[in-house]
Design a protein around this ligand. Sequence first.
Ligand SMILES: *Cc1c(COP(=O)(O)O)cnc(C)c1O
Length: 230
Amino acid sequence: MGIQERYRGIQEELAQECVRAGRNPSEVTLIAVSKTVGPEEVGLAMQAGARDFGENRPDELMCKAAVHPQATWHFIGNIQSRRIHDIVPHAALIHSLFHENHARKIDEVARLEGKVQDVLLEVNVSGEQSKGGVALQDAPELLSLCVALPNVRVRGLMTMAPQGDLNVAREVFEGLAALKAQLRETLEPQAAAAFDGLSMGMSEDWREAVAAGATMVRIGRAVFSDAFTD
Ligand SMILES: *Cc1c(COP(=O)(O)O)cnc(C)c1O
């Protein structure tokens, strides 16, 4: 199977999982994580209908977004302050914001770019030391700081589940969905309306994420690697 067949296969299965979860397939965006491949493979996926792509490095984001400006680019990686000016011009959505100082810098760079930057707050639901993200108990404070920034719009939450146990993954995803609902209550109507996204689920655990309410799944290997099977 090639990239196009794999992309179409996942898109089809995603629609089935939505129906199974009592959801409308149009509620969930498949983000093809292209971090391990080049612009050529991105082009192949686009021919199969892919529009949304995820990158975790600023250099790769800049390069692939330059080749494929008509695609929608998501930044899903570790944010470094000195690279924010390389990320903001190209990213439709930044998924991995969890530091106050990065939020302020994104606001400043977005203002200079003349844009309002859509972001998700990354939450460390599992509490694993190795994972990025704001701790559950610190999420309300980070959210209120971010919604006060004029050139940042908080579109929801993102998380990564621990690998290996799908039951644990499902609990983590349900935890993120519950946190979103809870935080949304605290927002003014306009901010609450924008705060509707849940980015969760990867190649191995996206089905659990869809069942728990994901609005975006980030899938890399299952689209781009012939070695991936599950
Ligand atoms: C690499 C990556 C993905 C995709 O992972 P796969 O297991 O290849 O599907 C999703 N989210 C983030 C943040 C990543 O870094």
